[in-house]
Design a protein around this ligand. Structure first.
Ligand code: SF4
Length: 429
């Protein structure tokens, strides 16, 4: 994608904040369709129908290539050339595809029509299509829409767009309800269960997760809802929740022992949990997390890491790798920097760290090659060329596919970075 070149350093906030290099040039990222890979696993009775081209279908097929489904939970309705040329009624064709799908699959309770670059180019109005089809198939199936288009977006924005579409459909908390906690963002079921147990151990009982595992169990929201984000890429979802009256709890993201402690602490403070109850609930798992990190510290301490902007997880992960494993941050690139949602993580970064927002890939490649970091976090498209130049890389997309949040996953998160370094060391012997 080409755009006018622009690079300038501007402060994030206040005078103590590290300067941010803002770049608006050619970018190397996946599109928001990729989010379907983890969203479809989470909402077990949902179906994601991409309204796109053969390119979109190929992307999904290669991303999901290793999975074999008896009944897949996503597919692509292909926009053909006659649709692009305006020779066919794309709406009528879409209605026919959806009707066939829902007749054949009564297990589907929530259908997402997912827009793509081609559907945007032909200006196919999927919100009207979702309304029309939603009326036809109610109450058995709810039909929603969002865009996964790669035009000016990055791949984790697909989850943000999906959850934003869900928020207006959430039931309202009855007025005067007891205060409740909403955990927002896709988590692996095992991680969700761990957090639920920790909140219960602290005495916080009214806890719900967005998205829920089933369409009929989506949480209620209202002015008595406090929410915690599990991902830094949910800016639009947060805005939609606040429009429903919910209030965000400011916290670092739950990555590593320190981040998870801070994240849980924000809930504990909001719900009046005593220090003693908080410590009693988290002491053992925090200790397990710290012990698990020991394993990777020898491989990572003092090693230099460079982040290309990709998943939007870069800043909390950089904070974790620097503070808990002693890594040196060469450059931390992120596609978008949400300074409010990332404030707690930014405050924990070392003074003078080089942050960059957006991308001008050629310039960033020059900086990366000149710096010769020990490990580089980047998208799949850059990994092979960088490996070819002798750099060790980590695929950013793995950070979204792998359960990394919470105390029990801290060791695995560190291991994701230690493994490529250990592998290269072994190859060089
Ligand atoms: S949505 Fe756009 S960027 Fe994504 S696969 Fe389809 S055409 Fe490519």
């Amino acid at each position: 994608m080409n755009a006018p070149l622009l690079a300038r350093a501007v402060p994030v906030q206040g005078c103590d904040a590290p300067p941010v290099l803002r770049e608006r040039g050619q970018r190397e990222v996946f599109c928001g369709l990729t989010g379907i890979m983890w969203l479809h696993r989470k909402i077990q009775d949902a179906f994601f129908l991409i309204v796109g081209s053969r390119t979109c279908a190929h992307l999904m097929q290669s991303a999901a290539g290793v999975m074999i489904f008896a009944e897949p939970r996503f597919a692509t309705a292909i926009i053909e050339e006659k649709d692009l040329a305006g020779l066919a009624d794309a709406n009528a064709e879409l209605d026919a595809v959806v009707t066939r799908l829902l007749e054949r699959r009564p297990d589907i309770k929530l259908l997402f029509l997912v827009g793509s670059c081609p559907s945007e180019v032909i200006k196919l109005d999927l919100s009207r299509a979702a309304l029309r089809l939603g009326q036809r198939f109610a109450p058995q199936v709810r039909v929603l829409n969002y865009s996964g288009s790669g035009i000016e977006t990055t791949f984790t924005q697909g989850e943000d767009a999906c959850l934003t579409a869900l928020v207006p459909t959430l039931p309202a908390e009855p007025a005067g309800s007891e205060k409740s906690l909403l955990v927002v963002g896709v988590l692996a079921d095992a991680v969700e269960d761990q957090f639920r147990r920790l909140f219960r151990a602290m005495g916080i009982e009214r806890v719900a997760f967005l998205p829920a595992r089933r369409a009929g169990e989506m949480p209620a929201v209202g002015p008595d809802t406090s929410y915690l984000l599990v991902q830094p890429f949910l800016g639009e979802t947060a805005r939609a929740l606040e429009n429903r009256g919910a209030m965000r709890l400011a916290a670092p993201f739950p990555l590593g022992a320190e981040g998870t402690t801070g994240w849980l602490r924000a809930a504990a403070n909001a719900f009046g949990v005593t220090d003693a109850a908080f410590e009693a609930a988290i002491a053992a798992p925090r200790e397990r997390a710290n012990r698990a990190l020991e394993h990777s510290r020898a491989a990572l301490a003092g090693r230099r890491i460079f982040f290309f902007p990709d998943s939007q997880l870069e800043i909390p992960i950089a904070r974790f790798l620097h503070r808990e494993l002693g890594m040196e941050l060469v450059e931390v690139g992120t596609p978008y920097l949400h300074k409010d949602h990332l404030a707690a993580d930014l405050a924990l970064l070392p003074a003078g760290v080089q942050l960059s927002e957006g991308q001008d890939v050629d310039r960033q490649l020059d900086r990366c090659l000149a710096a010769a970091p020990d490990i580089t976090v980047c998208g799949l498209g850059l990994a092979n060329p960088l490996e070819d130049r002798g750099l060790t890389t980590k695929w950013a997309i793995e950070l979204v596919f792998t359960p990394i949040q919470g105390f029990e996953q801290a060791g695995d998160l560190a291991e994701l970075f230690a493994r490529p370094l250990n592998r290269r060391a072994a190859l060089e012997v």
